[in-house]
Design a protein. Structure first.
Length: 220
């Protein structure tokens, strides 16, 4: 079974959460795919202070903060693919999503050992203005994937960098009315599921034939 994790980085239950869930529905159209969903709204996630206690103490979670982040690490590690969505705030992702991604620093051993290199990710940005920073927000999410060695997935001609939705500042109702934007959401959902499936089963075949599947990154 392939698992796709959807993450809504909005502090509200509104357009972004709706879009991520629609992408997950599209992902479930691919045979053998299951989905999980996390909403960051209402969760207490402090910012990373770069104390590096997680690395020194060899913890796969943050020992510096006692907050809601601790329960989220396992979801991220176990998933085969990700669909991360954010509202557009000043042409970048929300502070809630930025804090969540920054707090994944304890997963550095997985990055170094190449464990995350076979995982894929798709991006969704929801903006109140049609040309109000959706592309730069998608770029920020894809930059995160690149930093962790996760493979960013394109939607092709429909969604080069990810799914961009114009909500007209009318929350879920506005997002629903952006028919082109919502089609990019579904394209990204299906593509993430497809590529994650190909990689997972291809990886199993490669492993059976003795072909290295986890290639170490820096620090060898």
């Amino acid at each position: 079974m392939v698992t796709i994790l959807g993450i809504s980085g909005s502090p509200r239950k509104s357009a972004t959460e709706y879009c991520v869930k629609e992408a997950l529905k599209a992902a479930e159209e691919i045979k053998g795919v299951s989905t999980e969903f996390i909403a960051l709204r209402g969760k207490r996630i402090n910012g990373c202070i770069h104390c590096d206690r997680c690395l020194r103490e060899e913890k796969l979670y943050c020992p510096a903060h006692d907050d809601d982040m601790k329960e989220l690490y396992d979801y991220f590690v176990k998933a085969d693919g990700y669909i991360i969505g954010s509202p557009v705030y000043q042409m970048v992702m929300s502070s809630q999503l930025q804090a969540f991604l920054n707090r994944l620093r304890p997963l550095w051993p997985y990055i170094k050992d190449g464990y995350l290199f076979s995982k894929v990710g798709g991006a969704i940005a929801v903006g109140g203005t049609r040309h109000g920073g959706e592309e730069t927000t998608l770029l920020a999410i894809n930059n995160f994937y690149n930093c962790f060695g996760i493979i960013p997935v394109s939607g092709g001609p429909w969604a080069y960098n990810g799914a961009a939705v114009w909500s007209q500042d009318r929350r879920e109702e506005g997002a629903r009315e952006d028919l082109v934007g919502m089609e990019t959401v579904r394209v990204i959902g299906r593509r993430v599921a497809q590529v994650a499936t190909w990689i997972k089963y291809g990886k199993e075949r490669a492993d059976a034939e003795g072909i290295p599947v986890n290639i170490r990154s820096v620090g060898d």
